[in-house]
Design a protein around this ligand. Structure first.
Ligand code: 2HA
Ligand code: ZN
Length: 275
């Protein structure tokens, strides 16, 4: 059996959480990541017949959600109440590897201090199910509190078309990176199956979903891709926050954005432009 501490997925979770912490997006226990693993790669590092303990399906409280399509799937997930700041120094306490069972989840590694997965587990699992329907290669869901994205929530209209359009205008590559735009949920109580269901509904259409005045969800095939999506939104939001109070002299025109999507051959939300 290979050393789990050297597993690429553990190393990558450590690097990503450390990076996000340094960027100031994940204060205290803010943010959470779930990353679906292949049974084959898990088996190289763990005895998959050795279940350490079973954990109820929970957000902040126990929830009754149907995650049948994920039964038998493996995930590495950040722990509830755990700080991104500390993952790299102690992955075995701050992360866990779980397998989804019918009515609960089975812990195979991690949460060494008796912990359990993120309080946003319902939103993560429902988002995985929604994204897998659209993209069978989806593996990652990240939730984070990026500073400028959050700041923008307080001063910009929370309308999906207008919000997306403003982000697209802020950096040339935005429309190519997230051509489907950004979904937005109103402020809702976090850690519940309600916000999970609402997030998953948006995830049928978007890989990025803003939780108003809370943070953002991103989904993708890899940690890099998913991180990159959130990073690009955050960069655009930063340019917006640096310029929103100043007279606008120049802007990227909608006609220019069309040239970009045509050049890169991406399908985009035409109705989010004003042409
Ligand atoms: O896990 O970010 O939304 C802490 C959070 C909850
Ligand atoms: Zn949060």
């Amino acid at each position: 059996m290979k050393d789990i501490m050297a597993a690429p997925f553990v190393r990558e979770m450590c690097a990503t959480t450390a990076n996000m912490y340094r960027l100031g997006w994940d204060e205290r226990n803010g943010g959470n990541i779930s990353y679906m693993l292949d049974e084959k790669e898990v088996k190289e590092y763990l005895d998959i017949d050795n279940v350490i303990r079973t954990i109820p399906l929970m957000g902040v409280n126990e929830v009754d959600i149907d995650i049948t399509p994920l039964v038998g799937k493996y995930f590495i997930v950040t722990g509830t109440g755990k700080y991104f700041k500390n993952v790299e120094a102690d992955p075995e306490t701050n992360l866990g590897i779980v397998r989804i069972a019918k009515n609960n989840i089975e812990l195979l590694w991690g949460y060494k201090d008796g912990g359990r997965p993120t309080s946003e587990f319902p939103a993560h699992m429902m988002s995985h199910m929604a994204r897998l329907k659209v993209d069978p290669e989806n593996r990652v869901v990240i939730h984070s509190h990026p500073t400028n994205t959050l700041a923008m929530n307080y001063v910009h209209e929370l309308d999906e078309k207008k919000f997306t359009h403003t982000l697209w205008e802020m950096c040339t590559e935005c429309i190519v990176v997230f051509p489907e735009g950004v979904g937005i949920l109103p402020w809702m109580l976090c850690g519940t199956s309600e916000i999970g269901k609402a997030t998953a509904k948006k995830m049928e259409e978007f890989r990025l979903v803003v939780w108003a005045m809370h943070g953002i969800y991103g989904a993708g095939k890899t940690l890099d891709e998913t991180f990159g999506l959130i990073e690009t939104v955050e960069k655009a939001a930063q340019i917006y926050m640096l310029t929103a109070h100043l007279p606008r002299v120049n802007t990227i025109k909608d006609e220019d954005m069309v040239k970009l999507v045509e050049l890169f051959g991406v399908k985009y939300r035409k109705d989010f432009l004003d042409l």
